[in-house]
Design a protein around this ligand. Structure first.
Ligand SMILES: Nc1nc2c(c(=O)[nH]1)N[C@H]1C(S)=C(S)[C@@H](COP(=O)(O)O)O[C@H]1N2
Ligand SMILES: [Mo]
Length: 199
């Protein structure tokens, strides 16, 4: 038998929290917006899921507020390399929104008020991985951070979490969104450091 060092766990304790490769920890909440903050009157706000057969499922703000919500606490990772740990949100699970949607599509193109888009596989919106979030830290989501409502898809780089979300188009093809067209990765897994196309 060799000598066993008591308390040895195989990795140094001083390495801090577990961050995806290339990320650093931030405690503030940076704002990253590719354009101006769109303002949508709440009586005209709607969220629409459109299927590959052009069937539209619509929710008004009142419809959305009437749905059961969840309060996920998650880590978020921006491709510009900041990560923020233990953020708490409130919103409606995409599982709830998709429960009556009949689709054979493989991909989702998420669309925002203001024109921003982002693409991902439909499966990444399901099974407790994604929310339409309308509160952050117990307060109404600030307009700069995507209020009244944004996507929250914390297992992918945060550009996939579209702010001011307006709807989701379900598609057979993986149509690239705003940043994906500009060279960012179609999937964007921070743990595999999929920042750019080809990573
Ligand atoms: N509509 C829209 N959603 C967006 C963006 C944007 O410019 N427009 N930026 C994305 C990027 S790159 C990131 S890192 C996060 C930033 O969210 P935050 O401003 O709340 O930190 O929103 C994402 N969602
Ligand atoms: Mo980002």
């Amino acid at each position: 038998m060799g000598i066993v060092t008591p308390g040895f766990r195989g990795r140094p304790r001083s390495s801090g929290p577990d961050l995806p490769p290339g990320q650093y920890l931030t405690h503030d909440f940076p704002v990253l917006s590719a354009g101006p903050t769109p303002r949508v009157p709440m009586d005209r706000w709607e969220f629409v899921i459109t299927t590959e057969t052009s069937r539209a499922h619509r929710w008004t703000w009142a419809d959305m507020m009437a749905l059961p919500s969840e309060t996920p606490t998650v880590d978020i990772h921006c491709v510009t390399k900041w990560s923020k740990l233990g953020t708490t949100w409130q919103g409606v699970s995409l599982d709830t929104l998709m429960s009556d949607v009949d689709t054979a599509a493989d991909y989702a193109l998420v669309q925002s008020y203001g024109g921003y888009t982002t693409n991902l596989p439909l499966t990444d919106l399901l099974d407790g991985q994604a929310w339409l979030a309308y509160k952050f830290d117990g307060e109404d989501l600030h307009p700069e951070h995507g209020g009244p409502a944004r996507m929250l898809i914390p297992h992918l780089y945060f550009w996939k979490s579209a702010k001011w979300v307006r709807g989701i188009q379900l598609r057979f093809d993986n149509e690239p969104g705003f940043w994906e067209t500009a060279g960012y990765h179609d999937y964007g897994d921070p743990w595999r450091e999929q920042r750019y196309q080809g990573d």
